[in-house]
Design a protein around this ligand. Structure first.
Ligand code: PLP
Length: 473
């Protein structure tokens, strides 16, 4: 199996990034029922190669530039093998002391590498804040919202739940809306952004929305800012949004009661760039007033899916929202029990892959890795800007470049995307920015080198020749 994986990595760059299969391709290739008797490993592996691999989109291809990257590495995969072999369910300290304690330590290591505020450190469980590994950002945003809701409802009546409001920009990931759906927060404001401000949420816009909701008798409870939006890697000005979010809403119980809205920062993809001091000072600013912060090392930090790092400055509201201890889970002592920081009870030993990756790469190599991708994206953006047929649709940030053919109807850009992807030589996706069809190329696959970015540019230029010729005819 390990040989097969090594062969795969050495040839994946030559394969079509996206397979040519249609929905239902697997039906008919598999027996209708599971086998009654055990089958040989070799037979299973053969079917993996012959029947399953044709349906794989090669996210690990060096020419995969779609969505955001989904990194993996040998250290991470080996750690996951060991974690799978141990298969411990570390819901509490007692159920798996090492899972809990390694996770606390790794979240502190990662917080230090990213220059996050001291309030986010676990300090061995001693502080009010700390970090926890969730599966995905969607889960992290949901638990942050549940904590925000618990804090906002302190000292209030049940009916006040219906008055809670959550805010983000219209560029926020759909996981924000989904979290509101699940948490039963019905007043959801996705506030307008514009090209003029590079699709960033402006504090005055948030302020006006909060003022209007307060005047209408509603309760602002949660603000989600994004560092690195999915469409264009826009960076909301967190430090300037924080005082607006923090304005206290009285709950009628005097000075002790009431609180401001909880501020969560979603840095799902771009958060890895906080390892770089120059990116940190350019884009992350002061996170000191943030209540919670999350990013996915599984996107761009060589840790395989799933691994979302979430930190809170005060875990109290999180535990108020999520803590429940049936008699069969009761344990003595006051150790940190991660079941109170997440929705499921069970949890994997995910910190092991962070431990392997952080140790076997070291901070210096990780920084070089990230800088390499940012430089490749800059090289692509420069080539694009030197071609007068194209325009950048947003400033290049991190590893993402958003672009389009200028002065053509949207269907010409849609045709460009189709032609590029039909080549099979790379994969990109599109988005909408201010209603304009926009192509996006995200550099970040672990094996991507300059030659792959240059080859991608050649394919894109060739496809542009073709669609512009067809458009002119
Ligand atoms: N937030 C941002 C900015 C994203 O780009 C994404 C996915 O790409 C998500 C959230 C959702 O991430 P997850 O799949 O971890 O829930």
């Amino acid at each position: 199996m390990v040989d097969m994986i090594c062969d795969y990595y050495s040839t994946v760059g030559q394969q079509r990034v996206k397979p040519g299969v249609e929905p239902g391709f697997l039906r008919g290739q598999l027996p209708a029922s599971p086998p009654e008797q055990p089958e040989a490993f070799e037979d299973v592996l053969r079917d993996v190669q012959e029947k399953l691999m044709p349906g794989v989109v090669h996210w690990q291809s060096p020419s995969f530039f779609a969505y955001f990257p989904s990194n993996t590495s040998f250290p991470a995969a080996l750690a996951d093998m060991w974690a799978g072999a141990l298969s411990m369910i570390g819901f509490s300290w007692a159920a798996s002391p090492v899972s809990t304690e390694l996770e606390m330590a790794m979240m502190d290591w990662l917080a230090e590498l990213c220059g996050l505020p001291a309030a986010f450190r676990c300090n061995g469980g001693a502080g009010p804040g700390g970090g926890v590994i969730q599966g995905t950002t969607s889960e992290a945003v949901l638990v942050a919202l549940l904590a925000a809701r618990a804090r906002a409802l302190r000292g209030r009546v049940q009916a006040d739940k219906l008055r809670l409001v959550a805010y983000s920009s219209d560029q926020a990931h759909s996981c924000f809306r989904k979290a509101c759906m699940v948490a039963g927060v019905d007043h959801v404001r996705m506030l307008p952004t514009s090209a003029e401000h590079n699709w960033e949420l402006q504090p005055e816009v948030l302020q006006a929305a909060i003022d209007a909701d307060l005047a209408a008798g509603l309760l602002p409870c949660f603000v989600m800012a994004t560092i690195g939006t999915t469409s264009s890697c826009a960076v909301d000005p967190v430090a300037r949004l924080a005082p607006v979010a923090a304005r206290r809403v009285s709950n009628g119980l005097g000075r002790a009661g009431g609180c401001g809205a909880w501020l969560h920062v979603d840095a799902a993809y771009a958060g890895a760039a906080a390892l770089l001091p120059e990116q940190r000072s350019a884009h992350f600013g002061d996170l000191g007033a943030v209540d919670s912060y999350s990013f996915n090392p599984h996107k761009w930090l060589l840790v395989n899916f799933d691994c979302c790092a979430l930190w809170v400055a005060d875990a109290g509201p999180l535990k108020e929202a999520l803590s429940l201890t049936p008699v069969f889970l009761q344990a003595t002592g006051n150790a940190l029990d991660y079941k109170d920081w997440q929705i499921p009870l069970g949890r994997r030993f995910r910190s092991l892959k962070l431990y392997f990756v952080l140790r076997m790469y070291g901070a210096e190599k990780l920084r070089a890795y990230l800088r390499h991708h940012i430089a490749l994206a800059a090289a692509f953006a420069a080539a694009l800007q030197a071609d007068p047929r194209f325009e950048l649709a947003a400033p290049q940030r991190f590893g993402l470049v958003c672009f389009r053919l200028r002065d053509v109807p949207r269907q010409v850009n849609a045709a460009l995307l189709e032609a590029v992807n039909a080549s099979g030589r790379l994969l990109i996706i599109h988005t909408e920015l201010g209603g304009a069809y926009t192509l996006r190329l995200a550099v970040g696959s672990a094996s991507t080198q300059l030659e792959h970015v240059e080859a991608a540019w050649e394919v894109i230029k060739g496809a542009a020749d073709q669609v512009l010729r067809q458009h002119a005819e």
